[in-house]
Design a protein around this ligand. Sequence first.
Ligand code: SF4
Ligand code: SF4
Length: 169
Amino acid sequence: MDALPLDQPVTVYPMKAFPVIKDLVTDVSWNYRVNKKIPPFAPRPDTDWRIYQEDVDRVQVFRKCIECFLCQDVCHVLREHEQMEQFGGPRFFVRVAALEMHPLDSVSRTRMLKDELGIGLCNITKCCTEVCPEEIHITDNAIIPLKERVVDEFYDPLLMLVRKIRGAK
Ligand code: SF4
Ligand code: SF4
């Protein structure tokens, strides 16, 4: 509100990426369907629950998300290209980052990022980061590190060779 020029009219529109139900209300239920696909936190069985403060800080910032879906609304992959089937969107990269970077979590969601959430479609325009009201550094702190994990796991030539030798996918 502090940044609004109050000497000019303020026009409010419903979100553009999702179907309008009425007035400013849009149907954001697609987001909840994406959310359900993501495996939840699964602590390692031998966990002693001690975590370095820097690891806590790194994931805690992602928990500030209030699911306003503004980042989803401005992302051109969803807004202009309507890639709902192939792409999860920045909000869910934030959620996956919170889980993947948790030092006690035991599940890998890297294949899911590549195949189901389509992280490769993100071209780091940073529009999502610019609109986040919680000032989460979505691209720098969530998306780029997750992209690096996908590249390391699926496109590193040395690891690909090792996997081929072992007969793994
Ligand atoms: S940085 Fe990626 S996720 Fe964020 S708005 Fe741009 S394309 Fe979408
Ligand atoms: S804009 Fe920020 S607070 Fe809103 S859904 Fe996206 S990550 Fe969460």
